[in-house]
Design a protein around this ligand. Structure first.
Ligand code: SF4
Ligand code: MG
Length: 337
């Protein structure tokens, strides 16, 4: 029923849905138009594979990505090109993402040319508008600059301008500020949020930084070993995390010793598992202090819904019925004695 509901949403609104890939295993979600979401996880959790899949750079072995009602799998040639114009990409390393021998004008002209904007004056107009939008001014000066002449924050503004210039519906930002100086991180995140609001864009952040997601996403997906283990509205997720992994991430953040460590590497119990040969059952069970023998190490937990909009893949949340017939969680049963 849940799956049908998802499909209904897809048809109704034109959403984006991701199916199974090797590193991204049976991940399924929809993004609503105009919302900002964050995918959070440690390195090696499948974030980059997810981004590549969403961008249509690699094809899922199973499952599919649907965008505005159309499956990416069927897209070739001109249709694939059109899809790429609808999805902007903001890379993690702005300097690496920009061609070193082109000035800003030519960097921004490139996608316009590739996508058939033949009129030179029209290109110039759109390039200038994009630079104004990312507040890289004075535009006249910036146009002739090469990437190495710009600061990291300015380079990232060029990358954002390039991601926006074809007027995408969705922008995917892969750790967009992790390589920038702390002093410009907030500016860049606020810029993205402002542009998102103004344009009604869908924004998908990929990050390991759970500490700052509150400021820029409305909904969070927590990834572990290629799976979404928990998803919820941001306040709900941060204030009442349900999955033992999410709780461990948040506990690591509030640990004073880890106060400056925004990277999510302090979760006890060792490293995330290999994605090639993941553990049976719940993939978190080897590190989970609440693991139940005979269940967690054998059966993959499905998604449970402890409350509306909040989904968690953990056996602790399997609904049980108490004597009154009300569903409750294993957590609840334990406290009830
Ligand atoms: Fe821990 Fe079991 Fe929940 Fe996995 S399903 S997170 S092992 S309690
Ligand atoms: Mg990465």
């Amino acid at each position: 029923a849940n799956g049908l509901h998802t499909w209904f949403e897809l048809r109704q609104w034109g959403f984006l849905r991701v199916g199974a890939v090797r590193a991204v295993d049976d991940v399924s979600f929809t993004l609503a138009r105009g919302e900002a979401v964050a995918f959070v996880g440690e390195s090696g959790c499948g974030k980059s594979s997810l981004v590549r899949t969403l961008l249509g750079l690699h094809r899922p072995t199973l499952g599919e990505v649907r965008f505005e009602g159309v499956s990416l799998a069927g897209l070739k040639g001109a249709a694939l090109k059109a899809y790429r114009a609808r999805v902007g990409y903001v890379q993690q390393d702005p300097f690496g993402a920009l061609p070193p021998f082109l000035d800003v004008r030519r960097i921004l002209a490139e996608p316009l040319k590739v996508h058939g904007v033949k009129d030179r004056a029209e290109r110039e107009r759109r390039i200038r508008a994009a630079l104004e939008e990312v507040r890289l001014t004075p535009v006249e000066e910036v146009l002739g600059k090469f990437p190495h002449m710009l600061s990291g924050g300015q380079q990232q503004r060029v990358v954002i301008a390039r991601a926006l210039i074809l007027e995408p519906a969705l922008v995917i930002a892969d750790e967009p500020v992790s390589m920038l100086d702390a002093s410009v991180r907030v500016e860049i995140l606020e810029l993205l949020r402002n542009i998102q609001h103004r344009r009604g864009l869908t924004l998908a952040f990929v990050t390991h930084d759970l500490a700052t997601v509150r400021h820029y996403a409305e909904r969070i997906f927590v990834l572990y070993a290629g799976k979404v283990v928990e998803s919820a509205p941001v306040e709900d997720l941060l204030d009442a995390p349900q999955h033992p992994y999410t709780r461990a991430l948040l506990a690591a953040l509030s640990d004073p010793d880890a106060a400056n460590a925004t990277r999510l590497r302090e979760v006890p119990g060792g490293e995330p598992p290999s994605l090639i040969d993941p553990p049976a059952g719940c993939r978190f069970h080897p590190r989970c202090s609440r693991a139940m023998e005979g269940l967690c190490d054998r059966e993959l937990p499905p998604d449970f819904t402890p409350r509306p909009g909040h989904s968690v893949a953990c056996w602790l949340h399997e609904p049980l019925s108490d004597d009154s017939g009300h569903p409750m969680t294993l957590d609840g049963r334990r406290t009830a004695g």
